[in-house]
Ligand binder design. Structure first.
Ligand SMILES: Nc1nc2c([nH]c(=O)n2[C@H]2C[C@H](O)[C@@H](COP(=O)(O)OP(=O)(O)OP(=O)(O)O)O2)c(=O)[nH]1
Length: 140
């Protein structure tokens, strides 16, 4: 789904879903130029939606799970002239099934914090991933 005219700034939200010592990472399967790269599950914020509402909706659509949204991780990251990436800590709500790659991803992985920088991330994600690997784990 697209949001507004071609000039309208668009926020892309991502969910850094934490569980024990790990964060859920997703490997993109489409479009072709992004396929194979790792990212946070998420997508574009739609008109009338808050960032947190968009995170919840995207996790439901892409992973089939309900999440509780926490603080932003790191700073906003520029994707291009129009799109900005904003990533939030999140947790699975109690009693959720294991997340499934329902849309856009061919692989999901719970990656221990120390291993996060070793994945081949989409470029805008890299500083956020480094920040995530530095957050005291007790804050997650
Ligand atoms: N979901 C997500 N997108 C990211 C990340 N990093 C990054 O550069 N992007 C880029 C990839 C895409 O160009 C754009 C988000 O597109 P998307 O395809 O996930 O958004 P969407 O689910 O709303 O897709 P659609 O309905 O428009 O098809 O942001 C990330 O960590 N997660």
């Amino acid at each position: 789904m697209t949001s507004g005219s071609d000039q309208t700034p668009v926020t892309v939200v991502g969910a850094a879903i934490a569980r024990e010592d790990s964060v859920l990472c997703a490997r993109r399967s489409a479009p072709a130029h992004l396929a194979g790269k790792w990212e946070f599950p998420g997508g574009k914020v739609e008109a009338g939606e808050s960032d947190a509402e968009a995170v919840v909706r995207e996790c439901r659509e892409e992973l089939g799970v309900e999440v509780r949204v926490g603080e932003q991780v790191g700073a906003d990251a520029r994707i291009d002239d129009r799109f900005t990436l904003r990533v939030f800590l999140a947790r699975l709500e109690p009693g959720q099934p294991e997340p499934s790659p329902l849309e856009d991803h061919d692989l999901l992985a719970w990656v221990p914090r120390a291993g996060l920088p070793g994945l081949d991330w989409l470029t805008p994600d890299v500083p956020i991933v480094l920040e995530l690997s530095r957050i005291p784990w007790s804050n997650l």
